[in-house]
Write a protein that binds this ligand. Structure first.
Ligand SMILES: Nc1ncnc2c1ncn2[C@@H]1O[C@H](COP(=O)(O)OP(=O)(O)O)[C@@H](O)[C@H]1O
Ligand SMILES: [Mg+2]
Length: 314
């Protein structure tokens, strides 16, 4: 077991309960996705895991040892890619990599070799002597990732590494993670609020909401839980909670949520109920009707009654 977090509680000053009996397990060689909306507690969980935060309760173990933030040996074995970019803008990429390599005790020829290897890996080999100020957002992100890889950590943690970058760099980072997972036995934790990313790279997914894991499993098994269920999205001019109640009372309806004047209705497998659903809406002006097989987004919606994209800054 590489990571074990169990019943972890973290309260910030001002009394925000950021982790509320939070659980996470990572096994050797796994890519684990931690998926949740902004403010769910992803970064807080990562900080607890690497020992940047003391927690108020529960178990945090890395490589079988209790994390107390003081164990140098643990730090050596973890590579953290922070959500905020932490490279030095005034130093060249090469100097940044050298700086972080030295922090982890690398030197001489070994360090030089790792800088070249990592430079290749992150696709910046021919731009190593430029300063990050001249880089695009995506290139800075890649350098930020490279700085966490020099010491060949056994556990790599990437906290929302694709936020605010161009699609091309995003694609590059995702293939990079897949490739790294395939070629090495490294374990990776990847946090995101983008479902497509987590679906694309993770062996297993943990869905976090309000500091608590509300579901976990393989993407397939999470969707499997809802397999056969049909989802309908009916947008009206003005949705009402009274209609939600009426829809919920229909036979074969599992769950109904209302969001921005759209009713999301999840029905049991094989049930053909669109006509019954629409009959309940006879008093409302229907703007749009859509129906589909469930996705991970629907799993989240069903469990929490809200969209993963809530609060996203476009
Ligand atoms: N340093 C802090 N002090 C007080 N509250 C914080 C601090 N950092 C995060 N929070 C709060 O804790 C909750 C979880 O935040 P965070 O872990 O950053 O979520 P995520 O990374 O999933 O977006 C949020 O409500 C956030 O406002
Ligand atoms: Mg965060």
């Amino acid at each position: 077991m590489i990571v074990k977090m169990k019943d972890v509680i973290k309260r910030y000053q001002g009394n925000t309960l950021a982790l509320d009996y939070f659980d996470l397990e990572v096994h050797a060689g796994e890519v684990v996705g931690l998926l949740g909306p902004n403010g769910a507690g992803k970064t807080t969980a990562i900080k607890a895991l690497v020992g940047l935060h003391e927690v108020d309760g529960g178990i945090v173990e890395v490589f079988g040892q209790a994390q107390n933030g003081k164990n140098r040996d643990l730090r050596q074995r973890i590579g953290l890619v922070t959500q905020e970019i932490t490279v030095y803008e005034e130093l060249s990429a090469y100097e940044n990599l050298r700086f972080f390599g030295r922090l982890y005790g690398l030197k001489g020829e070994a360090l030089e070799q790792r800088i070249q290897e990592v430079g290749q890996r992150i696709g910046l080999a021919d731009r190593l002597h430029d300063i990050p100020k001249k880089y695009s957002g995506g290139m800075k992100r890649r350098l930020n990732i490279g700085c966490a890889l020099l010491h060949e950590p056994e556990l790599i943690i990437m906290d929302e590494p694709t936020v605010g970058i161009d699609p091309q760099s995003r694609h590059y980072i995702l293939s990079f993670v897949k490739d790294l997972a395939k070629k090495t036995n490294v374990s990776i934790i990847y946090t995101s609020h983008y479902i497509e990313e987590v679906e694309a790279i993770a062996d297993r997914v943990y869905i976090v909401d309000q500091g608590h894991i509300i579901a976990h499993g393989t993407t397939k098994s999470l969707i499997e839980q809802m397999k056969g269920d049909a989802t309908m999205h009916i947008t009206v001019k003005q949705g009402s909670p009274a209609t939600v109640t009426k829809l919920k009372a229909l036979p074969d309806v599992k769950e109904v949520t209302l969001q921005d004047d759209t009713y999301h209705v999840i029905a049991h497998a094989g049930a053909v109920i669109l006509d019954k659903v629409l009959a309940q809406l006879s008093q409302e002006t229907i703007v749009h009707v859509a129906s589909e097989q469930p996705t991970l987004e629907d799993v989240f919606l069903m469990l929490t009654g809200k969209s993963l994209r809530d609060g996203e800054v476009a």
